[in-house]
Design a protein around this ligand. Structure first.
Ligand code: NAD
Length: 466
């Protein structure tokens, strides 16, 4: 079943019908969960070309980036979930203290119920399917809300998902703010939101009305620090790759670079050279560079470049009709300029010199906690110092983006960049309740526990409960 915007959304009826499916108990067995994960994997194989085309239509995305980020990464995560869900579902036995012995105690993971997954437009396949997959692996029903700003991908998800999944347990709702607001008014058992910090607040307020648990996967300005001991050629290549992937529209893109003053000019030269190596002298003609999602975002980026963005060392061109913002390096913008205040979310990379690692740490910790932090250094003590002195959702050392890839690493933010995490076991856990179950037999039944409480009983109790 697909509820799409031309028909007014009846969120209450939708909620009820999914709840009826959940209450029937059919989503709990391992076989049902495995069937959903297998369905998603089949869909990713069967529809890979359709999805690549949808990503090209929405984001002008190069094929390689679509396969890598939205299809390949999602398939790896699906395989990991399918491989491990059977063991994650099993109750875990824990020891009991003398005070309750003899007894057995177990932690039993149980599905939460009916969950709402809200996705953004920048990786519209991965960021819808992966949270859904974790929810299904944990035995939940799902309402999936793709982003209206990636309409081709949203339509593809709405058409495909019902063909591969239990249609009474998973529903795709296409739509914008109005439909999402209607969904948020309902009581769900979990809301998994990926998007901006501003809308994250809207979701948190709505969730609070029903005390619904949430995971908020938000954004922000992810810093990169380059120490003088770093291999600058490798740093420039890896920073440029992470920044200009998907035309900079990546939640964990290096937002800006802090670099030791003594190597700043060198790094800027190498970053500029790297742009030419990746995309040629005219990046607009390159098949390997994407486009900005829509005119509003393009104008926003143009505004960031106009307002005190620093000295442009590479790029700077904007072709509004073509949705093109050139891969751009700017040097020494004012920390007060909009480009250093707002999440850039586009192919503009500010570079600022700092005296040393301590100054970089002070700069980073004076700002909201970021989703990702990148450190490039040859010296292990510097790397450890920066990791220890700062807080961020995740850290990647001497590379960008890649800490997102291992399914065994929880992915999520901290502070303004979000709360909660997923990928692999972490995703299964957020969509499960860890129910404590203590089992005792009828005998022995020590009378000590029960009134009347005599001084003798109290004495024994005090001895045991020390
Ligand atoms: P967004 O917050 O504008 O939209 C996200 C979702 O919320 C969409 O489905 C949209 O329809 C819905 N929405 C928008 N306004 C709403 C409102 N007022 N009430 C209810 N729902 C509303 O985000 P976006 O522009 O799609 O994505 C970009 C942001 O997402 C960036 O900040 C980026 O850093 C962040 N992001 C984070 C991650 C992560 O994993 N942490 C991943 C990708 C993107």
């Amino acid at each position: 079943m697909t509820a799409s915007s031309p028909v007014p959304l009846d969120a209450t009826t939708l909620n009820k019908s999914l709840r009826a499916t959940f209450e029937s108990g059919r989503t709990r067995p391992l076989a049902w969960r495995q069937a959903q994960l297998a369905g998603l994997r089949r869909m990713m194989d069967d529809a890979a070309e359709e999805l690549v085309e949808a990503l090209r239509s929405d984001l002008g995305r190069p094929r390689m980036e679509s396969y890598g980020a939205d299809i390949g990464h999602t398939k790896i995560e699906l395989r990991h979930l399918a491989k491990h869900v059977g063991s994650w579902m099993k109750p875990t036995r824990v020891r009991v203290p003398l005070t309750v012995a003899p007894a057995t105690a177990r932690i039993v993971p149980e599905p939460l119920g009916v969950v709402l997954v809200i996705a953004p437009w920048n990786y519209p396949v991965q960021l819808l399917i992966e949270p859904m997959a974790a929810a299904l692996a944990a035995g939940n029903c799902v309402v999936a809300k793709p982003s209206e700003l990636a309409p081709a991908c949203s339509a593809a998800m709405a058409r495909l998902l019902p063909l591969y999944l239990d249609p009474e347990a998973v529903v795709v709702v296409e739509g914008g703010v109005e439909d999402t607001t209607a969904l948020l008014a309902e009581r769900w058992d979990h809301i998994f939101f990926t998007g901006s910090t501003a809308v994250g607040r809207v979701v948190a307020v709505a969730a609070a009305q029903h005390l619904t648990p949430t995971v908020l996967e938000l954004g922000g300005k992810s810093p990169t620090y380059v120490h003088a001991s770093a291999n600058l050629d490798v740093a420039a290549r890896r920073i440029a790759w992470g920044k200009f992937l998907n035309a900079g529209q990546t939640c964990i893109a290096p937002d800006y670079v802090l670099v030791d003053e003594e190597v700043k000019d060198d790094l800027v030269t190498k970053l500029a050279a790297q742009i030419t190596e990746f995309y040629g002298t005219d990046p607009q003609a390159s098949d390997s560079f994407g486009r900005i999602v829509n005119e509003r975002h393009l104008r926003r980026l143009e505004g960031l470049l106009a307002a005190g963005a620093g000295t442009i060392a590479a790029g700077g061109q904007v072709d509004a009709g073509a949705g093109y913002v050139a891969p751009t390096i700017t040097v020494e913008p004012s920390p007060e300029a909009p480009v250093m205040q707002e999440e850039i979310f586009g192919p503009i990379l500010p570079v600022l010199g700092v005296a040393n690692s301590r100054a970089a740490e002070a700069f980073i910790t004076a700002r909201p906690k970021p989703l990702a932090l990148y450190v490039f250094a040859g010296r292990g003590d510097v790397i450890d110092e920066v990791i220890g002195a700062t807080s961020s959702g995740g850290v990647c050392v001497n590379q960008t983006i890649m800490h997102l890839l291992p399914s065994n690493l929880p992915f999520g933010g901290v502070g303004d960049s979000g709360m909660g995490a997923y990928h692999g076991r972490a995703g299964f856990d957020v969509f499960s309740h860890r129910k404590s179950v203590l089992k005792k037999r009828s005998k022995p039944d020590l009378k000590l526990l029960y009134p009347p409480y005599t001084p003798k009983v109290e004495k024994i109790a005090r001895r045991i409960l020390r």
